[in-house]
Design a protein around this ligand. Structure first.
Ligand SMILES: Nc1ncnc2c1ncn2[C@@H]1O[C@H](COP(=O)(O)OP(=O)(O)O)[C@@H](O)[C@H]1O
Ligand SMILES: [Mg+2]
Length: 246
């Protein structure tokens, strides 16, 4: 997968990025606010115009191979949870909703622990509940690539772990190519196969969490001083100490 450039008027949001994501693996994009993470994801998901090429299995990617969960998941639509999640089946939906569509929706709601919300209106849910609903919508598409923009930003600790564990399991079991943006560096270190560090629209580094997450790299990208720990399982932990930008 490669992405040349995303530009909004005179603002260059992403430039000169080339990276590869593998089936069965989670690739996580980390970077400060405004570093181009969402723009990069949108181009991968075919949601914005960009210059460059994205290939899937060697072929130019069709957007129907990708399931995309956007960062902005407002709840204004006057739809129930089941209806919102069923919308994820649009494309597979024929003239009517099939029993298979409904079975898939029920199974995914169950897997995410939100079966009880099925007939609630989206507008009545908390931000975290809504995030789970939109994740369900992405999952029912049965994609080959899963593209998630800050999927755990509104979730409590338990749900963060559960969602990332589920995404990791689905990624492995269904050989999905998963690309996500996270703000939680430690969650990224725990669940990612590879990490991309972005700054000002450019790729700073790309590789294994243990190679990428050094105090020097964190300082370059996030402009904070930090101490890095490693637990007995070999997972990295970044403990930020102070800002160095002013
Ligand atoms: N629709 C848009 N129109 C104009 N500028 C945008 C738009 N979306 C994003 N940008 C700009 O592009 C840059 C990257 O934004 P974004 O990709 O959302 O970053 P991130 O997700 O890393 O916070 C920022 O400078 C942002 O202001
Ligand atoms: Mg973003």
């Amino acid at each position: 997968m490669g992405s040349g450039l995303v530009q909004y008027g005179n603002t260059i949001a992403v430039s000169d990025i080339s990276l590869v994501a593998h089936p069965g693996e989670i690739l996580t994009i980390l970077g400060p606010n405004g570093s181009g993470k969402s723009s990069l994801l949108k181009s991968i998901a075919g949601q914005t115009s960009f210059r460059g090429t994205i290939r899937f299995d060697g072929k130019i990617q069709r957007t129907d191979t990708v399931s995309y969960m956007p960062q902005d998941i407002s709840g204004r639509a006057n739809l129930t949870v089941t209806e919102v999640v069923l919308l994820g089946r649009v494309g597979q939906l024929g003239l009517r909703v099939t029993q298979e569509d409904l079975d898939i929706v029920v199974a995914v709601l169950y897997e995410l622990g939100i079966s009880k919300l099925a007939s609630r209106h989206l507008s009545e849910l908390s931000g975290g509940q809504r995030q789970l609903v939109y994740l369900a919508q992405a999952l029912v598409r049965k994609p080959r690539a899963l593209v998630l923009d800050e999927p755990i930003s509104a979730l409590d600790l338990r749900h963060q772990l559960e969602v990332l564990s589920l995404v990791q399991r689905l990624t492995k079991d269904q050989s999905l190519t998963t690309i996500c943006v996270l703000h939680d560096i430690n969650a990224a270190a725990r669940f990612s196969d590879n990490i991309v560090l972005l700054k000002e629209g450019r790729l700073v580094s790309f590789g294994l969490p243990r190679d990428i997450l050094s105090a020097a790299q964190i300082e370059v990208v996030f402009e904070v001083e930090s101490t890095i720990f490693e637990d007995n399982d070999g997972y990295r932990f970044v403990c930020p100490k102070r800002s160095i930008s002013f």
